[in-house]
Design a protein around this ligand. Sequence first.
Ligand SMILES: *[C@@H]1O[C@H](CO)[C@@H](O)[C@H](O)[C@H]1NC(C)=O
Ligand SMILES: *[C@@H]1O[C@H](CO)[C@@H](O)[C@H](O)[C@H]1NC(C)=O
Length: 407
Amino acid sequence: MKFTKIFGSLVALTTSALAFYTKEDPILEINPNNWQKEVIKSDQVVLAEFYAPWCGHCRNLAPQYKKAAEKLRGLAKVVAVNCDEDANKPICGQMGIQGFPTVKVFHPLSVDPTGNVRTKQTITDYQGPRSAKPIVDFVLGKVIDVVKKIRSAEEMDTFINDTTFTRAILFTNKMKTPVLFQSLALQYSKRILLGEVKDSVSDVVAKYNIEKFPSVVVFNKDTTEPIVYDGVMKHQGISEFFDKYAPPATEKIVLGEKPKPFDPKVAEITNDEELKKCIEGFGTCAIAVLAYEEEFEESVKQHEEEMKILETLKKNNHEKNGPFKFAWINGVVRGKQFARDFDLPDMFPSFLIINGKQKIFRVDRGAFDVEGITDFLKQVRNGRGRNFSYTKEPVLDIKKEAKKDEL
Ligand SMILES: *[C@@H]1O[C@H](CO)[C@@H](O)[C@H](O)[C@H]1NC(C)=O
Ligand SMILES: *[C@@H]1O[C@H](CO)[C@@H](O)[C@H](O)[C@H]1NC(C)=O
């Protein structure tokens, strides 16, 4: 008896030391494949813990973090990033994580004039006590209210008549918009427009035969017919109901700003300004330096093949939500100084990545084909291998215009 008991608790100890969070916890473990989608591009408020399994403070926080995650179920997304995992190191580096645990909240900052779309995600460090309640309060404080308040029959008509989007209305007798509805509005932002009607707007309540509060009604895109939700007023039921009418998350309707369609072409960098934009902007600039001489048939042919390789890489990167921006420089025309500065091999084509924010670069010494470069980019992305620093501002050769009176 005694023996089994001790044995049992020993097993429990070892497993909890190995796996911090399990599938049963409402906590999503982050890896490079889901980081962008689940955290950076999330419209919801995201609570994120950056931890290392060996860290004692992290182990102390774990039960409180789980408790907070339970309380936040349906109200915010809760994730954890194991920074000890090699693949996650670039994420933790990029987030500037210096100690464990670090708790951050990713949240929308404001709404655009249509009142429905978050314009910007911002990140706030949580510095409070490491226990569930203050963490939950902090996270809920970051849920902004983008629910459209409908105060009259006329406003209701305007809202319902615009059939370009799926719309949902909460009929409520509460003074404040419930936080669950606020977070649903963020979760479905750009997919369903959420509005709220108070019980005091009696003509609207009567028109839609609302008999109890809360009630949730959906108006599908292209119609003004109400569809009443008759399930439990909890996140899971309501979101399953919304999912039936919402366009898929991948086809978000963007109000105001139109999403740029994917452009498969890889652009040529022809001046210092474009070069600067690529290397200093968002993401990591990946540049092919090619030898392209349009007067030679052979060169034109080779160039077409090289561009095909780059376009394939760009497409793959796009599909995987990768961090790279692809461009090319014509090395024989304006890349000689650039090739010297970045220690490129004597022969073009060559390939390198440059990160202007960190002032680092790395040259691909492998084959110039899809497989070789993919391999190189994977290494860069996973933080394997070594980057080199540079100090001098990257520049292109200035092409001297031939004077009109010269041959
Ligand atoms: C909404 O549509 C109805 C029916 O087509 C119409 O009678 C009403 O005037 C419209 N109201 C607004 C505010 O657009
Ligand atoms: C090298 O730079 C890339 C791009 O900025 C970065 O993702 C990667 O983590 C870096 N690798 C190392 C080992 O620091």
